[in-house]
Write a protein that binds this ligand. Structure first.
Ligand code: MF3
Ligand code: CO
Length: 248
C-alpha cells in the first residue's frame, strides 16, 4: 500500500533529511586512510543523539549497527568494522535518521585517499545516475521512467546496474511501497503522485551486475570482485517537481 504524505509530514521528513545531510557533511571530513568504519558508525550514532534523533537502522530486522558501510566490492549492507580504511578504497556510508518519528534515508560513496581513475569514474557516474533518476521523479511520470534514465546512462558509460536491491517508499517505516527499480522501461510501472516520498539509490557496478550474499545474511557484494558504488537521496514528489529531502 502506498501512503501519500501531507505537506506537514513532508516538512518534518525534510527536517530529518537536513540533519542526515549535515551528518554526512561531517563524516565526509573524517574519511581518510586509517579511520575505521566502526569509528564512523559510532560518530554517526553520537551525532544523531546530540541532535535529538536516533539511527533507525540499529535494531531494524535485527541489524546491529547505526550505519551500513560497504567497501570496494561490497554493494550494500556492509557491516561497520574495526579494520582501518586503506588508501585507494571506496566506501559507501548509508543510514536512516529518525527525528521525532520522521525518517530520512541517504547513502553516499566516498574516496579514501587517492583512488584509481576507474574508481573515480565509477563514483562520478553513480552520482550522476542518482540525479538522472531524480529528474524523472515528477507527478505523472511512471516508475519505469526513473529506472530507464538510470540504466541507459550507466550502461552508456560501460557500467552495470544492480537488480537485486531497489529504492522504496519511506514514511513511518524504512521500507514502504512502492519499490523503485533502478532499471526498466519508460512508460511502465505505477504513476508518481503528489505526496509520495521515495528513495532513489542506484547501486552501480564496474563489472557484472549480479550480487552474492555474504554468510552474515546481510552484506551483498559483486560476484567478480570488482567495485560497486551507491548514492541515495530521499525525495518527495511535489507540485513543484522532485524535492530532495536529504540534499547536502
Ligand atoms: N538505508 C537502507 C536503504 O537504503 C536500508 C538498510 S537496511 C538496514 O534501503 F537494515 F540496514 F537498515
Ligand atoms: Co539507505
Amino acid at each position: 500500500m502506498i501512503t501519500l504524505k501531507s505537506d506537514r509530514e513532508i516538512q518534518l521528513m525534510h527536517e530529518s533529511g537536513k540533519l542526515l545531510a549535515a551528518c554526512h557533511k561531517e563524516l565526509a571530513k573524517m574519511i581518510e586512510p586509517g579511520i575505521s568504519t566502526l569509528e564512523i558508525d559510532h560518530f554517526v550514532e553520537k551525532y544523531l543523539k546530540k541532535h535529538g534523533a536516533t539511527a533507525e537502522q540499529k535494531g531494524y530486522k535485527g541489524y546491529e549497527f547505526a550505519t551500513c558501510a560497504s567497501i570496494n566490492d561490497e554493494i550494500c549492507h556492509g557491516y561497520p568494522r574495526k579494520a582501518p580504511l586503506k588508501n585507494g578504497d571506496i566506501v559507501t556510508i548509508d543510514f536512516v535518521v529518525n527525528l521525532n518519528g520522521s525518517l530520512a534515508d541517504s547513502a553516499w560513496s566516498y574516496a579514501v585517499g587517492h583512488i584509481s581513475n576507474e574508481a573515480k569514474e565509477l563514483l562520478e557516474v553513480t552520482e550522476n545516475c542518482l540525479y538522472k533518476g531524480i529528474e524523472q521523479a515528477c507527478i505523472g511520470n511512471r516508475i519505469g521512467d526513473i529506472g530507464h534514465a538510470i540504466q541507459t546512462y550507466a550502461e552508456s558509460k560501460g557500467f552495470s546496474v544492480v537488480k537485486d536491491f531497489t529504492g522504496h517508499g519511506i514514511g513511518a517505516t524504512i521500507h514502504e511501497d512502492p519499490q523503485i527499480l533502478h532499471y526498466g522501461s519508460p512508460g511502465r510501472g505505477i504513476r508518481l503522485k503528489e505526496g509520495m516520498v521515495i528513495t532513489i539509490e542506484p547501486m552501480i557496478n564496474e563489472g557484472l551486475w549480479q550480487s552474492q550474499m555474504d554468510a552474515n545474511g546481510w552484506t551483498a557484494r559483486t560476484i567478480d570482485g570488482k567495485l560497486s558504488a551507491q548514492y541515495e537521496h530521499t525525495i518527495a514528489i511535489t507540485k513543484n517537481g522532485p524535492l530532495i529531502l536529504t540534499q547536502q
